[in-house]
Design a protein around this ligand. Structure first.
Ligand SMILES: Nc1nc2c(c(=O)[nH]1)N[C@H]1C(S)=C(S)[C@@H](COP(=O)(O)O)O[C@H]1N2
Ligand SMILES: [Mo]
Length: 200
């Protein structure tokens, strides 16, 4: 057998598990409560706060925006990780370009149809680090996984990826979201195991 230096076999995983995680092929559902039933005819997303042009987009307006396919690993604080998940959605860069961020905007809060919220630094949603996704595995996103649309911020623990998203609010300070107010880490980097607020 001839092995070309510099080539690696296709099956070799380029992935690695963050500390304390295990790989799963399932897709567990984790929700704080009920799964809201959302008719896309009534779906809206509002983007406001420290922006030049606050907007409210309907489902059709949102879906007319340029979208991309994203293949990424995801990591849940309950210790499962899933490799190579495939999504389709709109980059937050596109949405930020639409509204125009004010220079003072340092953080963003995501709100949802089930009264959940989560907080993120602006730096963590730019440069194609975050998307609002409407498809998983080339099918409309299932309602229990946040359909019709959820946030996807794969470099942070999955509780940051707010399901059933309907609002982004840009602010000039850090305000904590639902789980961050209840003992989870304010930032949530899986590579640093930032699970709870007592973790560094
Ligand atoms: N709106 C909303 N988003 C949410 C949640 C929730 O309860 N409500 N749970 C979070 C948590 S704790 C996790 S781990 C992930 C789970 O996503 P999944 O159910 O698609 O696996 O969604 C996050 N997003
Ligand atoms: Mo979670």
């Amino acid at each position: 057998m001839i092995i070309n230096k510099g080539f690696s076999p296709k099956h070799t995983s380029e992935h690695s598990l963050p500390p304390g995680q295990y790989e799963t092929h399932d897709f567990p559902v984790l929700s704080k409560g009920y799964t809201p039933k959302i008719d896309t005819n009534n779906w809206k997303i509002r983007i406001h706060g420290l922006v030049s042009n606050p907007i409210v987009l309907s489902w059709n307006e949102f879906n007319a925006l340029p979208s991309s396919e994203i293949t990424t690993d995801i990591h849940c604080v309950t210790k499962w990780s899933k490799f190579n998940t495939v999504w389709k959605g709109v980059s937050l860069d596109t949405l930020v370009e639409l509204v125009g961020l004010q220079g003072r905007a340092t953080h963003v809060l995501a709100f949802t149809y089930d009264d959940y919220s989560t907080n993120l630094p602006v730096a963590d949603i730019l440069l194609n680090k975050a998307y609002i996704v409407t498809e998983f595995d080339q099918k409309p996103l299932a309602s229990e996984h946040g359909g019709p649309a959820r946030l996807l911020v794969p470099h942070l623990y999955l509780w940051k990826s707010a399901k059933w998203i309907n609002e982004l609010k840009f602010i000039d300070h850090e305000e904590l979201g639902f789980w961050e107010l209840r003992g989870y880490h304010r930032y949530g980097d899986p590579w640093k195991q930032q699970r709870y607020d007592s973790d560094e």
